[in-house]
Design a protein around this ligand. Structure first.
Ligand code: DC
Length: 220
């Protein structure tokens, strides 16, 4: 049986992979999986439940029980709309902390596989190509310098009316990069066979076009 095609787009925080991946999905009419949102939901759920980010077994149990749904651009956790709440820096850092536990990662594998439906899927995260969809037809590692990523995040926050300091953002994302890359379970890495896309000097349109061109070459 042929499974629907997957384009895996991995990369560090604020690399623009979410924007690029969702636009590629839109152009192709594919589904889109924002796997980082799943870790953010576990971060929020565990914070609400008062679970210590180091308590791997309690986090694993909680992850199995969370009722998660993505509907019309909204993200619901146990029926509550948390689309905006999960985007804060605090939840991002907590997501990176809880994501080190194999118990949490394992509990999210099935959830992620269920996004793979026809006509295809664009999946973004850290381990899409290496662990979750190793048979992806195209594997992209999308990155940019830490400075360029901090500046992008700064502009996003300011545009939303959220105050932020560039130095703090740079520090937070370097901390997150270090933890995501050094953890034992499914670390952030350039998967074997992945194409690296450096976006510091690229516009979103150029990055999207590059991925679409690579996909066309991959399926002929
Ligand atoms: O992509 P993001 O910034 O929304 O992800 C938040 C955190 O979740 C990230 O710092 C590490 C974790 N994560 C992960 O471990 N594996 C993924 N596939 C996606 C995110």
């Amino acid at each position: 049986m042929n499974l629907p095609p997957v384009i895996a787009i991995d990369g560090p925080t604020a690399s623009g992979k979410g924007t690029v991946a969702s636009l590629v999905a839109e152009k192709l009419g594919f589904h889109y999986l924002d796997s980082g949102a799943l870790y953010r939901l576990v971060a929020l759920g565990s914070q609400q439940a008062g679970i210590d980010p180091k308590n791997a077994s309690a986090l694993g149990q909680l992850t199995k029980k969370l009722v998660i749904s993505f509907k019309n651009g909204q993200i619901l956790l146990n029926s509550e709309d948390v689309t905006e709440v999960i985007r804060t820096e605090e939840i991002g850092l907590r997501a990176s902390a809880i994501a080190v536990h194999p118990e949490v990662r394992q509990a999210l594998v099935g959830v992620q596989h269920r996004f793979r439906t026809n006509p295809g899927l664009v999946a973004d995260g850290r381990d899409m190509a290496s662990v979750i969809f190793p048979d992806a037809v195209l594997k992209v590692f999308l990155t940019a310098t830490a400075q360029a990523r901090a500046e992008r995040r700064y502009k996003q926050l300011i545009a939303k009316g959220i105050s932020a300091k560039l130095e703090d953002l740079l520090h937070d994302l370097q901390e997150r990069d270090a933890r995501d890359s050094s953890r034992g379970a499914a670390p952030l890495l350039v998967a074997s066979g992945a194409k690296v896309l450096e976006t510091s000097e690229l516009s979103i349109d150029q990055a999207v076009k590059t991925v679409l061109d690579w996909y066309q070459s991959a399926i002929v």
